[in-house]
Every structure is written in C-alpha cells, then in structure tokens.
Design a protein around this ligand. Sequence first.
Ligand code: CA
Ligand code: CA
Length: 269
Amino acid sequence: ALRRGELEVRYLPVVDVRSGRCVGAEALLRWRHARQGLLSPDLFIAIAEETGLILPITEWLLRHVARDLPDGLPDPGSFHVSINLAGAHLRDAATVRTILGAFEGSQLRPESLVFEVTEREFIEDEGGTARNVLEALQAWGAKVALDDFGTGFSNIATLRRFRLDHLKIDKSFVEGIGTGSVAETVIDAIVDLGQRLEMTVVAEGIERPEQVDYLVARGVTLFQGFHFSLPLTRKGLVRFVEDRAATAAEEERAGAGPAGGDPRPDVPA
Ligand code: CA
Ligand code: CA
C-alpha cells in the first residue's frame, strides 16, 4: 500500500461542547484497496505492528500530516492534531528523531501536536525507553495522550510517573452509558482520576446525545464520535471547523445558548 500510494488520511474532529467549536482532530489511516475499497485501520494496523511495517507507515502519516495541515485551520493553541503511536515507537529511541524530522519545515508547531499511546506501552517499559521518548516529545512542546484508557492495566502510580497531558476514555465505556451497566461506575472513576491528575479528559466514540449529557454532568467537555462528525478529509475538516466557528460566533453575538437541534447540551460556566 505504501509503495503504491494507497494510504490516505482522515481526520476525526474533537469538539469542545463549552464553545461548540472544533478544537482538534485525530489523524486516522485509511487504505484505499484496489478491490476491497477504503479499509479502516482495525483491519490492517495489527498486522502492520506484527510485521514492523507500522514504523514506515507512521512515518508516512507524520510526513503527510506535516504537509497537509494546518492550512486553513485555527491557530496553534486553539487547535490540536493527534497522531497514534504504536508500541514499536516507544521501544525505539530513534522515534524522536523521526518525528522531529517529519515536522521539520512544517507550519505545524509542536505545541499543536498530541501523540496518543496506549497503556500497554507503559506496563512493558522495562528499559525506560518509552518514558524517554515521551519526555523528549513533551520537551519539544508536544502533548501526550493516554489512549483507550480503561482497557489496560495501568495504575495511578504509572499514570503519575509519565506526566500525561490527555486522557482518552475508551468507547467501550461510553457505549455502556444509559444501560445501567458497570461501565458507568468505571467512567465515573476514570473521569475523576483524570481530573485529579489534572489531565484533559476526552471521551471517544460518542454516538448518542445522552452520552454527551452524562459526561458533561461529570465535567467532560471534549468529545469525539459519529454524533459530532465522521472522519473527514482535510477539506472536510476545514469546512467543519469553519461551520462550527460560525455557529459559535453567531451564538456569542446573540448571547444565547446552543441553537435548537444542535447536539450541544447546556454547559454550566
Ligand atoms: Ca487514538
Ligand atoms: Ca482510541
């Protein structure tokens, strides 16, 4: 796919419900397969990780994002782009050089980049390489997010040791909202933990308004999921950001709350 130029990038928006604006996006890979059409990463990332191809694939993604953005998007500081890193990246000290090299000459500042990693990489960090890689990225100015939180085995000591900036609640817990299942208890604990550790909490996989309401009542303000938007092309992302900003500005002028039919709930100041 890399050789034939069949990889593409889609951006999944992150919306801040306090303002209604799009404040970021997660860069996601797609494989435009000749016979099978557009394949989602679930179908090929695990294989890419097993074969070590995740390294050149991610480097391609980094370079693509560095060229693709931030043209037409809000200033750094009010917009971030997240990129997923795999375990292989955190076991390889050369990762920092690769990332810095990919963004050399890019209009994107490190301050507007977030690198997402899952819990597994911390648990397995025996030589301390993962910690060194993440600290080097943070020293450069980028942020680090703990992805799919709740599906692994991290404890508070691990979270503290790594000084993570964002905490992403996995969609498997979000799905459980409103079902009266144990998922709600786990979500409450995760949100509380993130807030206590002063991390920015982002909820993933939002599909229904009651999931937003539940999480807003617990102080979560950043959301990703089909309820807000599907993954978009660069052009689609720019349009989404502009539409959201225009609506937000209109409401600020009117001094009113969110317009009717809008998926945003009222959020206390
Ligand atoms: Ca992710
Ligand atoms: Ca995730």
